[in-house]
Write a protein that binds this ligand. Structure first.
Ligand code: IMP
Ligand code: MG
Length: 194
């Protein structure tokens, strides 16, 4: 692993993630009444969360179509010049559909804001948003998610789909990256790939 010396400390256990996902799904099932629901996961960070989410939704008799889009976010050198681009667009027809966008984490908020606009432009009737994690301290874009799993402090986390330079996505729990030496958070965030 070609990364600065670090270790991972568990922050949210697999069991706590599981029960929170069930709570969120309870909420979603009560709030979204749609015959034409499409769930769109923002890759790659949302894959594990989305997989658990839709399996839990099944118990509520919600049968969405499921698709993914791959977005890449990158900082343009300063914290305020971040940008987002589409690496892979959705493939299903979402014109007139109700869409639930699912992402791993709401950080600056640029990715989710971009995704919402993009899905609206494709003709979705209604766009709902769901993020497993929320780091309100880092918000730049004016956006809130309709459904949130956990609010966390301004710290870099991995596991349950989230990565540090493509590592740790497979962890069944959420962990905090603890650096042995102090390094600038900005460096990490510039290397993020959704
Ligand atoms: P945004 O800043 O809200 O646009 O978030 C961009 C993306 O950065 C998220 O979708 C995540 O993929 C990634 N990201 C933000 N914070 C973290 C973190 O703490 N760990 C891993 N990925 C993160
Ligand atoms: Mg992401």
């Amino acid at each position: 692993m070609n990364l600065p010396s670090h270790h991972i400390e568990e922050m949210i256990s697999a069991g706590d993630l599981r029960s929170r996902v069930d709570d969120i799904v309870e909420n979603i099932a009560q709030s979204i009444d749609s015959e034409n629901l499409v769930i769109v996961g923002v890759l790659r960070g949302s894959f594990m969360f989305l997989a658990d989410l839709v399996r839990s939704l099944h118990r509520h008799n919600l049968h969405p179509r499921i698709d993914f889009m791959t977005l890449q976010s990158y900082g343009g050198g300063t914290a305020s010049s971040g940008n987002v681009r589409i690496l892979k667009d959705v493939s299903v027809d979402i014109d007139g559909a109700d869409v639930l966008l699912v992402d791993d984490i709401l950080d600056s908020g640029r990715t989710l804001r971009f995704a919402v606009k993009h899905i609206e432009n494709k003709g979705a009737a209604k766009v709902f948003t769901c993020c497993l994690l929320d780091k309100p301290a880092r918000r730049v874009a004016d956006i809130r998610a309709d459904f949130i799993g956990f609010e966390i402090p301004d710290t870099f986390v991995v596991g349950y789909g989230l990565d540090y330079d493509s590592h740790y996505r497979e962890l069944p729990f959420l962990g905090q990256v603890m650096h042995e030496e102090v390094i600038h958070e900005e460096v990490i965030h510039e290397e993020e790939i959704s």
